[in-house]
Design a protein around this ligand. Structure first.
Ligand code: HEM
Length: 404
């Protein structure tokens, strides 16, 4: 049966569903996948949209150019945050603009590009692990390890000074926080980050170095559609923000998951299983609340028997797709030896995470060193006392006290 538009599905649910800010997705999605995989929902801002919760449908939406990111720019679309999508950002472009900008940085972020950063990442990780060991237990894994590691790597890559990381961590936290942040606060943080990057772009123009910013400026100065100054700065900001908060929270969340599930010691005894385990952790522990960035239909499109009308907004729920029993055997079990694992933790289609290979490399090097040096790692506080960042687009503990 083909349903049509808003009046076809009786119940409109309020979204986001209540949740405690811990990693994991609200139980409602288990029900939705079974009974209403394209569900009408009332969002806190911009009205009603569609939640898409099954693996096959999420994949179809993300791979379909009729679902646009560019159409979300400056628009009052249904969304979970007050602020609207800003223009000039890679994540908010459609082809051909998206293809043009993405092509410029694709090489640096390829598997080969990520491998080139492995030796320096290993040095950074050894420095951080050494610092933890020297200071002794207990340690806040967030402050000492998971937060600084990806920032150090991304600063290295872009060629911006690491000394200011606390500063831009604050800006990017503001930009990624959900309903609690006002558009003015986001605009201020975004302007500050822009100014920070603009300064570095200007200095690289005068004096190019062996770093990503210099590479992008060089690539943009050829005949082939150069990046505008705004695109250049915004790309730098996007990479800086997207490149550290996600990986930082992933490391902390994965250590937490392995510890509370009693899998840490076993993985420490079998380091060869780490790449497969990282892939499973990516599937099992969602990075955000649940849904990824909204898309707007540019024409009527049928999704799982529901006609999404032109102009309507769809929210693909990656965390739900990754627990879909139609694709994953025993989806609710964390199986660190799972091999068939076509998860969508990094999305799918043209906006597939630019930094996926870099993130995987960092996770392998970072978790690998922690497992090697602290095979008896344990939580230093009762699990119930771990403070979680709530209402944030990227989930994770504010502090994770561990001992060994
Ligand atoms: C565990 C870590 C990470 C996870 C789970 C993750 C997840 C994602 C997801 C799901 C998307 C797609 C969003 C959508 O289609 O709506 C995405 C896009 C993106 N990610 Fe990541 N990411 C991670 C790390 C990184 C890193 C290290 C970088 C470094 C540069 C990065 C940069 C980006 C960029 C630039 C995009 C936008 C790509 C585009 O629009 O073409 N991410 N990421």
């Amino acid at each position: 049966m083909v349903y049509s538009g808003i009046d076809a599905v009786d119940e409109v649910l309020d979204y986001p569903f209540p949740d405690d800010g811990k990693p994991g997705i609200p139980a409602e999605f288990h029900q939705l996948r079974a009974t209403c995989p394209v569900q009408r929902a009332r969002l806190p801002f911009g009205g009603e949209g569609w939640l898409v919760s099954r693996h096959a449908d999420v994949k179809a939406v993300l791979g379909d150019p009729r679902f646009s990111r560019a159409a979300t720019v400056d628009a009052d679309i249904p969304r979970t945050t007050q602020w609207r999508t800003q223009p000039g950002n890679l994540m908010a472009m459609d082809a051909p603009d998206h293809t043009r900008v993405r092509r410029l940085v694709a090489g640096v972020f390829s598997r080969k590009g990520a491998e080139r950063l492995r030796p320096r990442t290993t040095e950074i990780v050894e420095e951080l692990v050494g610092g933890m060991r020297a200071a002794g237990p207990p340690a806040d894994l967030v402050e000492r390890f998971s937060a600084p590691l990806p920032v150090m790597v991304i600063c290295e890559l872009l060629g911006v000074p690491f000394a200011q990381w606390h500063l831009f961590r604050g800006y990017s936290e503001t930009m990624l926080s959900g309903g609690t942040t006002t558009p003015e606060e986001v605009a201020r943080a975004s302007a500050q980050l822009d100014a920070f990057l603009r300064e570095h772009v200007a200095s690289r123009r005068l004096e190019p170095r062996d770093d990503l910013l210099s590479d992008i400026i060089r690539a943009g100065s050829g005949d082939d559609a150069p990046l505008t100054e705004h695109e250049l700065v915004t790309l730098g900001v996007t990479i800086l923000v997207a490149g550290h908060e996600t990986t930082a929270q992933a490391i902390a969340n994965y250590v937490h998951t392995l510890l509370v599930r009693g899998s840490w010691a076993e993985l420490a005894a079998h380091p060869e299983r780490l790449p497969t385990a990282v892939n499973e952790l990516l599937r099992y522990v969602p990075i955000g609340g649940a849904e990824t960035m909204p898309r707007v239909a540019t024409e009527d499109v049928e999704v799982a028997g529901v006609v999404v009308r032109a102009g309507e907004t769809v929210l693909p729920v990656l965390g739900s797709a990754n627990l879909d029993g139609a694709v994953f055997a025993d989806p609710d079990d964390l199986n660190l030896e799972r091999t068939a694992n076509p998860h969508m933790a990094f999305g799918f289609g043209p906006h597939y995470c630019l930094g996926a290979q870099l993130a995987i490399m960092e996770l392998e090097v970072g978790l690998g060193a922690l497992l090697r040096d602290f095979p008896d790692l344990r939580l230093a506080v009762p699990e119930a006392e771990i403070p979680w960042r709530s209402n944030n687009l990227v989930r994770g503990p504010r502090q994770l006290m561990v001992a060994w």
